[in-house]
Design a protein around this ligand. Structure first.
Ligand code: GLY
Ligand code: MN
Ligand code: MN
Length: 433
């Protein structure tokens, strides 16, 4: 709770007095009649509150006499709790979650206009929830209607992103610990998948093994639907059908990570279904691995966000020229991005509570410098089209991605997901056991 308190204090310092933050948690969504999708709190909301119940809104009002931190939440209700489980209730959010003041979610329309009065700027994530947007606008016009009684209404609604998402980009020691553990759990699950994979199994069986092994180790959920693509399915970047049978002699790509305490892992490995790489598979695999290693070497202070991508595309282009898949000289091929038909995505993204985490990638039009405490993925790949006559037959339909989660350390990269093997001999050795 001290960490959540520290975050709220820091955010209030950044937005300044005379401002107010209104931040609802995620909504519950119906899946089908009487069944909801599993509830997951909004990451920004949880980052500031540590509170995981639905129907909650956080308010930060710097300098407010009755308390700077107000939380709207569900009231205690023995009958609902009998069916759906424990609720902290108004007293609980004060004693257990550090709120200065608690209000019933049902009272929001009555209370909120008073909280907004005399504030100059409202920080609220406009455009995320239309129904809530309408309520905020209604509250603001109610305050404006009191202008003749000398009440000042807020003049602007601003996004919290530049403050809150900047904070979330720099991970604290506690957050790095959770990310490291999420990566370790996921790494062990990837190993379990490699060890049990056999020709004739189905993609969904590998997905099931992965999820089982993560949850067995205490992860509450997957961070995103697992991608398990055998053979040419690996060339579909976000293939989640996971329906096909795995062919002897094919590679399988699995991109999967768990969510632990609302922090994500995002790991990809590509390995041969039968445990042995063919020569063509191995040539492309070594190339992607070399690109990934070159990119990881650039994940350190002193480099900027784009440097790992530049390193990866250089190694990939060199290799594609060497293998005769591309023609021409290196500098021209790079300048013309000739690798793009085979490598069409970027080399990574920020990682944190959200798998594609928040935080700006550029500042004032330049790629932003990497700094200690940032966490990102490094995930180059090659995806050879299955019916492109320009590509020699032996390469067609091969899809490879290798993805690790990397912390920018003070002295260099720390690969949080290093426990899953990725060299050809390590993979073949593990799969032979
Ligand atoms: N799993 C989605 C991604 O790698 O970005
Ligand atoms: Mn991924
Ligand atoms: Mn990723």
């Amino acid at each position: 709770m001290t960490e959540f308190q520290r975050r709220r204090t820091e955010l209030m310092r950044r937005i300044g007095a005379n401002s107010i933050v209104i931040l609802p948690t995620a909504r519950e969504f119906v899946r089908n009649r009487d069944v909801h999708h599993p509830f997951r709190p909004d990451s920004d909301f949880y980052y500031l509150s540590g509170f995981a119940e639905p129907d909650a809104v956080l308010v930060l009002a710097p300098g407010r006499q009755q308390g700077e931190y107000a939380l709207f939440c569900r009231e205690k209700d023995p009958q609902s709790e009998q069916w759906e489980g424990y609720r902290a209730g108004l007293e609980g959010v004060v004693t257990d979650y550090g709120a200065d003041e608690a209000f019933s979610y049902a009272e929001m329309d009555v209370v909120m206009p008073d909280l907004l009065a005399q504030r100059e700027q409202v920080f609220y994530p406009l455009g995320c929830d239309q129904a809530f947007d309408q309520r905020v606008i209604r509250w603001l016009s109610q305050v404006r209607n009191q202008a003749r009684s000398g009440i000042q209404a807020p003049l602007s609604i601003a996004s919290l992103d530049q403050h809150l998402h900047e904070m979330r980009l720099y991970k604290t020691a506690l957050e790095v610990g959770t990310l490291r553990r999420a990566a370790q759990i996921s790494a062990a699950a990837h190993q379990a998948v490699m060890q049990t994979c056999k020709p004739g199994q189905y993609e969904y069986q590998l997905a099931a093994t992965f999820q089982y092994d993560c949850q067995r180790q205490g992860a509450q959920a997957l961070a995103y639907p697992s991608i398990v693509g055998g053979g040419e399915n690996a060339c579909v970047l976000h293939y989640i059908d996971n329906r096909d049978r795995l062919g002897d002699g094919d590679l399988v790509l699995i991109d999967a990570g768990c969510e632990l305490d609302y922090y994500a892992a995002d790991i990809t490995r590509t390995f041969p279904v039968n445990g042995r790489f063919t020569e063509a598979q191995a040539q492309l695999y070594e190339l992607v691995l070399a690109a990934q290693q070159a990119a990881i070497a650039h994940v350190k202070p002193g480099h900027d966000w784009n440097d790992p991508h530049l390193a990866a595309t250089r190694v990939l282009t060199e290799g594609l020229l060497r293998l005769g898949i591309l023609q021409g000289d290196l500098d021209t091929a790079l300048a013309e991005e000739r690798y793009k038909p085979y490598y069409m995505h970027r080399t990574g993204h920020w990682l944190g509570m959200d798998v594609h985490d928040v935080g700006a990638y550029q500042m004032d039009g330049d790629w932003r410098p990497l700094e200690a405490g940032m966490v990102l993925t490094v995930e180059p790949g090659l995806y050879m089209p299955k019916d492109d006559s320009k590509v020699a037959e032996k390469w067609r339909g091969i899809g490879i991605r290798i993805e690790d989660d990397v912390l920018v350390g003070t002295n260099g990269p720390e690969v949080l997901s290093q426990d899953v093997p990725k060299s050809i001999c390590e993979i073949e050795a593990l799969m032979a056991t």
